[in-house]
Design a protein around this ligand. Sequence first.
Ligand code: HEC
Ligand code: HEC
Length: 461
Amino acid sequence: MKKLSALIVIVISCTAFIMVTDKFKEGDKPEFIEPSKQRTGDAVKGFDYLITGDYLKSGIPYSLFFMGLTKDTINFLQRSGNNKNIPYAFTAVKAPNGELVVAPNCLQCHAQVFDGKLIVGLGNSLSDYTINREGAALFAEKFLKNLTGENAKKYEAAKNFIRSIKAISPLLITSTKGVNLADALAALLVSHRNPQTLEWSETNLLTLPSEIIPTDVVAWWLLKKKNAMFYNGFGRGDFGRFLMASNLLTVTDTSEAKEVDSHFNDVLAYINSIQAPKFPKPVNESLAAEGKNIFSITCKKCHGTYGEGAIYPNLLIPENIIKTDSALYTSNYSNPQFVNWFNQSWFTSGDHPAKLVPYRGYIAPPLDGIWITAPYLHNGSVPDLETLLNSKKRPKYWQRNFTAPSYNYDIPGYNYETKNAPGNSEVYNTTLKGFSNEGHYFGDKLSDAERRSVIEYLKTL
Ligand code: HEC
Ligand code: HEC
């Protein structure tokens, strides 16, 4: 019976594949991503671990934390105890020596306050990596090292965290607010670690790339449809293994990594349980219905269908078709040492291994909740859906407000001002390496009226 249903699944997914790929030209075929086996888990436990768990076991001593940050009185996550007054993107945890420390959590990058509500799983498009935090780390180190007696334990509990921040801060700086640099962060962290033992090395063991490639942050509610992780679809095998890679910031050894890993089946179950937020304003139903027809003809072969009987094709689209900025996937070929590190590391060991499989192109993402995930494309170079679907209108230099973000629900995306030249760190400069807004020209051939209706349909996904 089990075999039979597996067979049916294979037959169905193959038919879906043929259905979607037969509309591509010979030689321009996208690549279907095969599914890989995932661990099952408990979503409720996963959420609890995500917001209170000790996947980082080193951080800033609790008593010092509030010297730099004001107490959080909103408590979006309704946490209790030591976490009650801590901003949602941090968690109070016990270090192995028993000291209470505060460490960053996944919501640094994977949550955002939108219209006054915290949306867990929405990629944070307001983060600011334009500041060098090395000075703060050096200050904390000096202060903690001078503590004596019982208080010396505070330094011990913060040591792994501080050494990472010191090593990565001077190198992890972006020119623009709102873009993320997790890929560079991952590269830096692995460059300081032995691939098998995960032991820290003060010197870089790998040559670092000369520039930081900016990305947007993928929304969590899309993962349940995808057979591969990340924009370029290179995350294969056990997803939990990738999810726990943040642990590299402070991990001591593989026995700690193994313990942390044992919770990430639950975290994956939680991530897979998140639904995309619904569009909160009225939708013009007849316009959306027209848009659905156009979408079926122009977009479905890559982005799939939605609603009842939804089909997601799971396709990687090669560079000669997608034509968006190539810096993100090209770096896996020009700097293969990071992929090689991973593919020879502890992460590929055991009964649920993961591996990286580079590809020259990007995954065509599911579009659920697309109205809320501006800016668009993998590098966040396009401010709204209207300009995404009309490439001639995309601004070269554009500025949005990071202090009081303002959203346009009509053509969903951030309100922005077009600039004539690059400017301060709030101006997105599409002429920089990795920041280009080229490519994805599939909406260009639509008339203004057709584009309008496709946008109306996209609001319903
Ligand atoms: C410093 C920011 C940052 C932190 C912290 C972070 N992530 Fe991410 N995450 C990213 C970025 C950026 C991407 C997209 C990278 C890409 O696709 O190339 C991403 C991708 C993902 C994805 C992939 C989604 C998909 O559909 O491909 C998942 C799931 C995820 N992160 C989960 C987590 C979890 C769980 C944690 C905490 C243990 C975490 N992340 C911590 C920045 C971060
Ligand atoms: C040939 C395949 C293909 C076709 C056809 C296609 N897309 Fe895409 N689409 C992609 C890929 C691949 C990406 C990711 C590109 C990147 O981030 O660099 C993407 C990205 C997007 C995004 C941005 C996603 C995000 O989170 O930033 C939207 C919105 C979108 N497409 C809508 C559409 C619509 C609407 C149509 C039809 C008019 C369409 N696409 C046609 C492959 C396609």
